[in-house]
Design a binder for this molecule. Structure first.
Ligand code: GLN
Length: 566
């Protein structure tokens, strides 16, 4: 029978419930268990697809094209045995949507439709669906205990425990144990209250994970155990970690996996965490440091670039490099020029939507092209690179994407349905019509040109990557782009849309229409990011060598900066 572990949070949000969930899954997987993960979100939006990146952070796209909570990204980065799909994340809104649809269809035969049992039954049905084929499912319940919104989820979990038995379920509660500076003391009261809230709805936690700045003393753990009726050994102290990738090892060191396995009555091998130790070792002992710029437009909430910043860390692990990221606002470049990019070792322009900041992204791509600084463009970053190239190199001064200027004379990027109407060129549509105006979502095959940097990095001539965009490179302009030195490095299978471009005469200028960051993990970094960071390292070496060469030529006594100039 599939067993279920529920993870709830108390006291405050942002305690890292998603990281703890993913890390516990990683440790259990390292004990050879087949583990899946589910995130239940309490908000009414049917999915996060239309939510603002400023409010909700990144939308994580699964291989099957679901637009999900960014926690699913953590899950995929921590485990290998399960791929996230649209089943692995659902919201209150989607549950109500389904129940109301069934009610309209007459499925409930005229009965009064209520939270209990109809909503809770639908929640349980979805929880069981994730369990099929797995020994264990860890269910993360979004929000904080005490919120009105998450109550149906907690009630469904309570019912599920009754139905499948105490032995087959486990409740883990994550709380904050703050340090009060004025009192000079650790405070356990919020944890006591939060557990009391849980118990008032019939849930006694089996394990408490206490987040704090420093490790809790035994006395504090004993006190928490006494007041919450949780075994003392199951009161786990989880202090702030320098990296999220240390959490699996930290949880294992406190025997959380032993406790879980014992309480669920399982018998399995001890955890092999050697790969995680390798990851943390690489993070702690980088051999060098470089700095790259990310030129974006959602900088007020860096969670909007979560998978991206993690993918860079993963590539750093692989290259034994600490990669410092300078976030540069694309609108700042529009106002002040590319000064902020002057001394970075590489430039990355990530995905984005809408006109704001697009000109700044174009300039960042131009800066990289003109100065031969390694460039990685992702989705909107590819559009920026192509538009800039069309304007400056091909000479189409008014080139643009129709997302920014629907009336541009040269729509080098546009909706597939617009190509024929606007350019009058002879591109065949090959059944692409359904792409017009709708989002291209999820994993699709990309065929790589054998002579490209990309195919060398991937080590093969095709790849499967995830998409989330509407606009495409207009095939009508491809011959002109190619004639002027841009190469099409990847095309989609069948419909032959441009998936990747490169500029072969530069050292490393690569852009892709898909989002490689969704396919990167600390143990398996993504080939494109790995290649990008390696190129940035080479660029940094060349810069240093040049600097040293000039210094060598400088007359004695002349400061280096003066000799090099600015
Ligand atoms: N806004 C662009 C489009 O819809 C790019 C999207 C993205 O960067 N994910 O095509």
């Amino acid at each position: 029978m599939t067993q279920y572990i529920f993870v709830t949070g108390g006291v405050v949000s942002s305690l890292g419930k998603g990281i703890v969930t993913a890390s516990l899954a990683a440790v259990l997987e390292a004990r050879s268990l087949k583990v899946n993960i589910l995130k239940m979100d309490p908000y009414i939006n049917v999915d996060p697809g239309t939510m603002s990146p400023f409010q909700h952070g990144e939308v994580f796209v699964t291989a099957d094209g679901a637009e999900t909570d960014l926690d699913l990204g953590h899950y995929e980065r921590f485990i290998r045995g399960a791929r996230m799909s649209q089943k692995n994340n659902f919201t209150t809104g989607s549950v109500y949507d389904e129940v109301i649809r069934k009610e309209r269809r007459g499925d409930y035969l005229g009965r009064t439709v209520q939270v209990i049992p109809h909503i809770t039954d639908e929640i349980k049905r979805r929880i069981h669906a994730v369990g099929e084929g797995f020994e264990l499912v860890i269910v993360e319940i979004g929000g904080t205990v005490g919120d009105i919104e998450s109550q149906p989820f907690l009630e469904a979990a309570r019912q599920l425990r009754l139905e499948i038995g105490v032995r087959n379920t486990l409740f883990i509660h994550l709380t904050l144990v703050p340090w009060l500076k004025t009192a000079g003391e650790i405070k356990t009261k919020p944890t006591q209250h939060s557990v009391r809230d849980l118990r008032s709805i019939g849930l006694q936690p089996d394990v408490l994970i206490c987040r704090s700045a420093e490790t809790l003393t035994e006395d504090v753990r004993r006190k928490i155990a006494l007041f919450t009726s949780v075994e003392e050994r199951a009161v786990i102290s989880l202090p702030d970690a320098p990296s999220i990738y240390q959490v699996p090892v930290m949880l294992n060191e406190q025997s959380l996996d032993d406790i879980v396995i014992e309480k669920l009555g399982r018998d399995c091998a001890s955890a092999n965490l050697s790969e995680w130790r390798r990851v943390t070792d690489a993070l702690e002992h980088p051999e060098r440091t470089i700095e790259i710029a990310i030129v974006g437009k959602y900088l007020d909430l860096l969670d909007a670039y979560k998978s991206l910043s993690e993918a860079i860390i993963h590539a750093g692990i692989e290259n034994r490099t600490q990669v410092d990221v300078r976030y540069v606002d694309a609108e700042e470049i529009e106002r002040d020029g590319c000064g902020a990019l002057q001394d970075v070792h590489a430039v990355l322009v990530p995905g984005g939507f809408g006109p704001r900041g697009f000109e700044g992204m174009i300039r960042a791509a131009e800066f990289a092209r003109e100065n031969d600084v390694p460039y990685l463009g992702i989705c909107y970053g590819l559009h920026a690179a192509v538009v800039g190239f069309a304007r400056q190199v091909v000479g189409l001064d008014n080139a643009n994407t129709t997302e920014v200027n629907p009336n541009t004379r040269d729509p080098v990027i546009g909706l597939v349905s617009e190509w024929l109407d606007r350019t009058g060129r002879t591109e065949q549509r090959n059944g692409d019509e359904d792409l017009g105006g709708t989002m291209r979502l999820g994993e699709q095959r990309c065929l790589l040109d054998a002579s490209s940097i990309a195919s060398e990095l991937y080590g093969q001539t095709y790849t499967m990557e995830r998409h989330r965009h509407r606009y495409e490179v207009n095939n009508g302009y491809v011959p002109a782009l190619v004639e002027h030195g841009m190469a099409v490095a990847g095309r989609s299978d069948g419909d032959r849309l441009v998936e990747m471009i490169e500029i072969p005469e530069l050292q490393w200028f690569v852009a892709c229409q898909f989002h490689p960051e969704f396919n990167s993990s600390p143990r398996d970094s993504h080939p494109l990011f790995r290649g990008f960071i390696a190129a940035a390292n080479r660029h940094a070496d060349a810069q240093r060598a040049q600097l040293a060469g000039v210094a060598h030529m400088a007359p004695p006594g002349v400061p280096l900066e003066q000799a090099v100039g600015d």
